[in-house]
Design a protein around this ligand. Structure first.
Ligand code: MG
Length: 260
């Protein structure tokens, strides 16, 4: 044989021997046919999923919700320095920001939650951009979902109604006119912190505005500050939901929450 062809031949035979050896001494278990599956093998029965009663009307509270405001009183809320909340109750139906009285916050503290809240911009249209119908829903008292009259009212996109303030613009502007009511349905996952107080992983939020998805499981990048880049504070636990007094007579009604 011409020596030119010797090496490829030798290599090829070595490969055959080697692969035979591998088959003989392989640690891979021999293939066995799986046990035939039955439907019951993938059914989980216990514990039973908790039974609750959903509301008759979409947007109303299910049986396992905590009612934060039903139009009758502000017993679940406090104002500055834990004083009684000073905002106005109107017609036993909704509350209205009392400009200058300060934010109000829930007595109860929350972390992960599903929150439903309805709001209406002031009926008298006044001001423009951030000055019109401004308020806000602050999760854990720190992370603001913007409330604004964004009906025919341009402002910076990450500051309009439905924005995570200066963090994420809403996907669409689903705002109704100031004479109508809006709803936010919020699914919020609180940030987690390490034992030393540093951020472990950030908060996430999903928001539907009038039933329309406007924030799709977005990451909140920290305190939703007016000036400067957003970052997380040192670790904190559950905290109040607060509503902002931005000097406008924004109205709220039908507020309920479920702990997740
Ligand atoms: Mg605001």
């Amino acid at each position: 044989m011409n020596s030119k062809f010797k090496w490829p031949l030798l290599l090829a035979s070595a490969f055959i021997v080697n692969s035979n050896a591998q088959n003989k001494h392989s640690s891979t278990p021999p293939e066995v046919s799986p046990m035939p599956m039955k439907p019951q093998m993938t059914e989980i029965w216990n514990p039973e999923v908790p039974v609750i009663t959903p509301a008759k009307k979409l947007g109303d509270a299910p049986s396992d919700a905590i009612i934060l405001f039903d139009g009758s009183n502000l017993d679940q809320w406090v104002g500055k320095n834990n004083s009684p909340a000073a905002w106005k109750i109107v017609d036993g139906d909704h509350m209205e920001v009392l400009p200058g009285s300060g934010a109000i916050k829930t007595k109860l503290k929350f972390g992960d939650c599903q929150l439903h809240i309805e709001f209406s911009a002031p009926d008298v249209v006044f001001g423009e951009s951030q000055g019109r119908g401004n308020s806000g829903v602050f999760l854990q008292g720190r992370y603001e979902l913007q409330v604004l009259d964004s009906y025919n009212n341009r402002t910076y996109r990450n500051g309009q109604a439905g924005a995570i303030y200066k963090d994420h613009a809403p996907l669409v502007n689903a705002m109704r006119s100031p004479s109508e009511w809006n709803s936010y349905d919020i699914i919020y996952t609180a940030p987690r912190f390490k034992a030393n107080g540093n951020l472990d992983y950030p908060a996430r939020i999903t928001v539907l505005h009038n039933g329309v998805l406007i924030q799709n499981n977005v990451t909140i990048n920290g305190l939703t500050k007016y000036i400067g880049l957003h970052h997380y504070p040192k670790g904190h636990g559950e905290d109040s939901i607060s509503l902002q007094d931005h000097g406008n007579k924004t109205q709220f009604r039908n507020i309920w929450i479920r702990r997740l």
